[in-house]
Design a protein around this ligand. Sequence first.
Ligand SMILES: [Zn+2]
Ligand SMILES: [Zn+2]
Length: 250
Amino acid sequence: MKKTRKSDLYERCVSAWAIEEFDFVDVTVTANAKIRGTISGRSRQIDVLLENRAETTPRARVIVEAKLHGRPVGIKTIEATEAKLRDVSASAAVVVSSGGFTKSAIRRGEKLVGVRLLEYDWLVSEFENAFDCCLSGSDCGDQSLLWSVDKIDGAGPEWLMYKYGKCVRCHTFHVLCRDCGGKFPVPDGETVSCGCDEREWGAIPESEASGHEGTPESTWLMLRIAGEFIGLQRKPIWKVKSNPKDRFGR
Ligand SMILES: [Zn+2]
Ligand SMILES: [Zn+2]
């Protein structure tokens, strides 16, 4: 079956959503996947399967059901999706609908742990422009950098508007500071100033000095503003030492 532009678009958008929602580090996206159900013993068809490459447990597995026929999705679909979620040991199931959901479907969805209902139009408007070109200097491809949604922090005169991102290939953090228009990578272990006064962005491994107990596990994208640090996004610390060329064999 030939893939439509619509399905390409929502696959990208739903992966962008999942990376932000579930803190996925390195996601693989498989359209029209087949998984054998542990309960049913049958092969189950999954519209889009998202897996967190940084973890190999089924907990890092999210299934997506796409209903792009333009009619409201009903309760039967929600319940069938929940059953499929348990059958394939996924941690979450997402139903994307281009025609909304019936009231009973929404009520049922709210009661089911792990099932999420997303409107196609919202998903696309929120994440359509989430992908960008990685600026780290590595050969990562032009759709490899994934931005967060726009963030607004602070109150009063010191509003702060920015978004941050991570390259899905080389894992380098990036920042887009709306206040000065700066758009730049933040290499691991370094801090970078944007065009704003007293504003620094750093990619810093956690340590006892930063209040972390035990073995450090994450590198954080930190914003330093007026002497205060704000943690924005994390990635497993092993990413610091990994060479994407080794991992992907390119
Ligand atoms: Zn990159
Ligand atoms: Zn700035």
